[in-house]
Design a protein around this ligand. Structure first.
Ligand code: F6P
Length: 554
């Protein structure tokens, strides 16, 4: 049972919070046009830089006073101490009574970080080395399938944190990958995912990575079972499994029970949350794709941002500032959603990755001690690559009734220069940040000779906040630092809000109900339910065939 923690005074009663509330009311009418006009240095001053990322937050609706108050809020929330606690391996995941020590996954070998008196850094590096040997063997053909053929396709089977990170990274780092080995992903329990992912594959050249922290997740276990049957059927021998499956998990016993031996299992630890697990063995598919050295570069990028987050003063701390701005927009300006728009084709899956990172972490309604929070927490995060998003949802960002802050992410150098297209791409990025901030007034439109009747339709109010994140080039290193920025931003938000950013109790209920509904498909007497679910089930059962309908309960 989870013990109740002593409740600290409510956040909303603290002077720093109240000062920010008053400040938000007082500055409600301020427009970014006026803020920029009043301070020509704003665009260079309200910026910060770390680990290869330049953050321009001058187009956020903040002043020096806002920042001062936000930093005061961070200090009064004990952010610096909580950062130290996380890096020291303290139990910062209070409801699951665990450390959240993803920073140890990218710590150099010379570091030492203790959990329950044990230095975890040597274990981390041992696993990385095993992964490195295996990845190299697959890449150079030393590791072969059951019939002696080279591995041409690696299929990662996993869901949530065991899918979204490696899926995003495989796409993001495709430029650096060995094109003779294709990496695919199966996550959905919809059989279509497995069938479409394997329909053109030769089992003798396919390696499955079954990736699951718990090794009990229903979707992953179902897909892993389908993959095992597919391999055995295609190769006609159950012992083929040994050459075509590896596992990534913290649950060695369940992996063995599935039929994958210890020598083919890459472990990690309960202090790594699923959504923070890409730099652990969960990144094995990424390592096979880009090679061990480039994977080390990815970890180096993460680590550079970790060190910055741990040591930089709050006023210059990129992840802390990013997190504080999110708190400001969400809890004080009432913006319940946030868009992330990467201007890079390779980062197409980055918004989906951030959805789990941010929404599973900060989609919480009670504090660590179980009290209702009393204010808005984690925003809905969504997005699409630029420029594609501009031709779908940007209309609403410019002229809709809700204000949605955006992160616009761009790279100074293209990886695939084609004519002058990178100029066009970057021009669009900068144009969106300018248009969202400053908009266009009726007077400007009239001055341009717009017909009067069209003016109200064409007015763009502006004052829509954006942060621009500029990086030199998309590399394993810069991807690592970008991910770590968001991880630590999420942590910062969670500390301010006083919530546990590392648990995810909300997802359990649906899993339990699904298990009981599944029983009800075969056994109509299992569990009476509400009239809606009963009827939905009846319609399904009628089509699939089965016994009588369960009775309605409410
Ligand atoms: O259902 C949510 C969740 O627990 C995520 O937090 C996690 O990333 C995902 O399921 C997959 O879990 P596992 O790696 O244990 O299969």
């Amino acid at each position: 049972m989870v013990e109740m923690l002593a409740a600290p005074p409510p956040l909303t009663a603290r002077p720093a919070w109240q000062a920010l509330r008053a400040h938000a009311r007082h500055t409600e009418g301020d427009h970014l046009r006026d803020l920029f006009a009043a301070d020509p240095t704003r665009g260079t001053r309200l910026t910060a830089e770390a680990a290869g990322i330049y953050l321009d937050y001058s187009k956020q609706r903040v002043s020096d006073r806002t920042l001062e108050l936000l930093i005061r809020l961070a200090e009064s929330s004990g952010l610096p101490g909580r950062v130290e606690a996380m890096f020291a391996g303290d139990v910062v995941n209070v409801t699951e009574r665990r450390a959240a020590l993803h920073v140890a996954l990218r710590a150099p070998r010379s570091a030492s970080i203790h959990v329950d008196g044990v230095d975890v850094v040597p274990e981390v590096h041992d696993v990385l080395e095993r992964m490195g040997r295996f990845a190299s063997d697959v890449r150079d053909g030393t590791w072969r399938g059951f019939t002696g053929r080279r591995i041409r396709t690696v299929v990662n089977i996993g869901i949530g944190g065991s899918d979204l990170g490696p899926r995003m990274a495989a796409e993001a780092l495709r430029h650096y990958s060995d094109r003779s080995i294709e990496v695919r992903f199966v996550s959905n329990v919809d059989g279509t995912n497995f069938v479409e992912a394997t329909r053109d594959l030769d089992a003798s050249e396919t390696l499955f990575i079954v990736s699951s922290k718990s090794f009990t997740t229903a979707e992953t276990m179902a897909n892993a079972g389908a993959a095992r049957a597919w391999v055995v059927e295609a190769l006609g021998d159950a012992s083929a499994v040994g050459r075509h499956f590896v596992a990534v998990s913290t649950n060695a016993e369940a992996v063995r029970a599935f039929g994958i031996g210890d020598e083919q299992t890459f472990g990690f630890w309960d202090w790594v949350g699923g959504r923070y697990s890409l730099p652990s063995a969960v990144g094995l598919s990424t390592m096979i794709a880009i090679g061990p050295e480039q994977f080390r570069e990815l970890l180096a990028g993460y680590h550079a941002m970790d060190e910055h987050f741990r040591s930089a003063p709050l006023a210059e701390n990129v992840p802390a500032l990013h997190g504080l701005l999110t708190v400001w927009n969400t809890s004080f300006l009432g913006m319940g959603s946030m868009a992330v728009v990467p201007y890079d084709e390779y980062l197409g899956s980055f918004p989906a990755y951030l959805q789990q990172l941010t929404m599973e972490s900060n989609g919480k309604r009670v504090t660590e001690s179980g009290e209702p929070v009393g204010h808005a927490t984690g925003p809905v995060v969504w997005g699409e690559r630029g420029t594609n998003g501009q031709h779908s949802f940007f209309q609403q960002l410019h002229q809709g009734t809700a204000t949605v802050p955006c992160d616009l992410i761009g790279f100074l150098e293209p990886l695939n220069p084609v004519g002058a297209q990178h100029d066009l791409l970057m021009a669009h990025l900068f144009a969106q940040s300018e248009a969202l901030a400053f908009g266009k007034t009726a007077a400007q439109l009239q001055g341009e000779g717009s017909p009067e009747w069209l003016v109200p339709h064409r007015v763009s109010p502006g004052n829509r906040p954006t942060s621009t994140l500029l990086l030199d080039r998309l590399t394993p290193y810069s991807l690592g630092s970008l991910i770590a920025l968001y991880e630590h931003s999420v942590f910062t938000q969670g500390v301010i809000w006083g919530i546990d950013s590392f648990d995810q109790w909300g997802v359990e209920l649906g899993k339990q109900i699904a298990a009981s509904i599944l029983e009800g498909f075969d056994d109509a007497s299992a569990g009476a339910r509400d009239s809606s679910t009963t009827e939905l089930m009846r319609r399904y059962r009628e089509r699939r065939g089965g016994s009588a309908v369960p009775t309605a309960r409410r």
